[in-house]
Design a protein around this ligand. Structure first.
Ligand SMILES: Cc1ncc(COP(=O)(O)O)c(C=O)c1O
Length: 397
């Protein structure tokens, strides 16, 4: 008999995928250059030449039997060494190779981290708005996802709601800064307050509440700022990282879990993650790609285009009268729609070949996401179209 649960999941199609498919089909009719497709979060800049050179060099110079052989189940030791050294240097936390676990992107990192620090039936708290895949990531572990409502208008943490929702059943809290979809970066003040609250509640409930920090956008920071690193604020942190966006290699599926050396169970968590891989059959990312990213661990693609695009779009939306939190990073922003239903708003935008994503699925109803990982030239061409759409459809806004 086929499994009913997964069969039922087929009924929940991703709105983002549907919109992106529409944009592709529309592009076939009118030319894709005329469709302003702000739907997908796919990096639009090439990977650094050094990454390509590192991969080529490995292929050219390493013994193929060794290069393409199985990676140990906890990752390649020299790769873990390089990643730990890079993190230790950058964030002044004494990471060692034993605390690093290479994974298939952030998705793999989160799936492993969640299983390591929850029991089925326990709660994992997430903060609206959030990446819709958190639903299945958490649901499939048997833990229960509970949503802390958003704090408007700055999209920092709603501490009143969080405090009320933390209880004996809370195993972990999952954060994402810089945030998909809002682009908002948690301030040092927010992270300090979060750490204080989690420490106090851990003490009160007699167990450590873990922080799982989802950080695929860590390197995409604007205004000459660096993103505050959550593990520097709270010891019981599992950092989930991905090179998908920083090196523009989402298809290579590479990331890691970094266990804070001060975390409860720091000595056993990475070996446990190896055991989790056995259960979910999702073990050891490609050994070639592990080695290639380790060679360029401190590099990124040229990410400056995202800030240029942020400036153009943010200024335009503000000028047109939208309420919009100012993104401190990522390649997303979420203006508030000019009518109650963001879905209706986005449908009207489609008449102008503007493809925006309504944020109901991100638990920010009434907002819409603009993924500006597209060429700046196209962003510029879209601005008069956005203006025309707003002025014609919402003359009395
Ligand atoms: C917030 C967030 N978390 C996790 C992921 C998954 O990252 P990866 O593609 O590296 O698995 C994404 C991907 O877009 C994301 O936006």
């Amino acid at each position: 008999m086929i499994n009913q649960h997964y069969l039922d999941m087929l009924g929940h199609k991703s709105v983002i995928r549907e919109l992106s498919e529409y944009a592709t089909a529309r592009g076939k009719e009118i030319g894709y250059e005329n469709v302003f497709d702000y739907s997908l979060g796919n990096p639009s800049v090439p990977t650094p030449e050094d990454f390509t050179a590192a991969a080529k060099n490995l292929l050219d110079t390493m013994d193929p039997v060794q290069l393409h052989g199985y990676s140990p189940s906890l990752g390649l030791p020299d790769v873990k060494e390089k990643l730990a050294a890079s993190l230790a240097r950058r964030f002044s936390i004494p990471y060692t190779p034993e605390l690093i676990f290479p994974t298939s992107g952030c998705a793999g990192a989160i799936a492993h981290a969640l299983r390591a620090v929850t029991e089925p039936g326990q709660d994992v708290l997430v903060f609206a708005p959030f990446f819709p895949e958190y639903g299945p990531y958490i649901g499939e572990t048997g833990a229960r996802m509970r949503i802390v409502p958003a704090k408007y208008p700055d999209f920092q943490i709603n501490f009143d709601a969080l405090e009320e929702m933390l209880n004996e059943n809370t195993a972990a809290v999952l954060i994402n800064s810089p945030n998909n979809p809002s682009g908002v970066v948690y301030s040092e003040e927010t992270l300090t307050r979060l750490a204080e609250l989690l420490s106090a509640k851990s003490k009160a409930f007699g167990h450590h509440i873990f922080l799982i920090s989802d950080e695929p956008y860590r390197e995409i920071a604007f205004d000459h700022k660096t993103v505050p690193y959550p593990a520097s604020f709270y010891q019981d942190t599992l950092t989930c990282y991905s090179f998908s966006k920083s090196l523009s290699v989402p298809g290579e599926r590479i990331g890691y879990v970094a266990v804070n050396p001060g975390c409860e169970g720091a000595d056993v968590l990475v070996p446990m993650l190896g055991q989790i891989s056995r259960g979910i059959g999702h073990n050891c990312p490609s050994s070639l790609i592990q080695r290639a990213v380790a060679e360029v661990a401190d590099e990124t693609s040229d990410l400056s285009v995202y800030e240029t695009n942020r400036n153009l779009l943010y200024d335009t939306f503000v000028e047109l009268g939208f309420t919009v939190p100012r993104p401190g990073g990522t390649f997303y922003l979420i203006p508030k729609a000019l009518e109650e239903s963001a879905e209706a708003f986005c449908k009207k935008a489609m008449k102008y070949d503007l493809i925006f994503v309504p944020c109901e699925g991100f638990h920010a109803p009434g907002y819409f996401r603009v993924a500006y990982c597209i060429a700046t030239e196209k962003v510029k061409r879209s601005l008069p179209v956005i203006r025309e759409f707003v002025e014609k459809e919402y003359p009395n806004r």
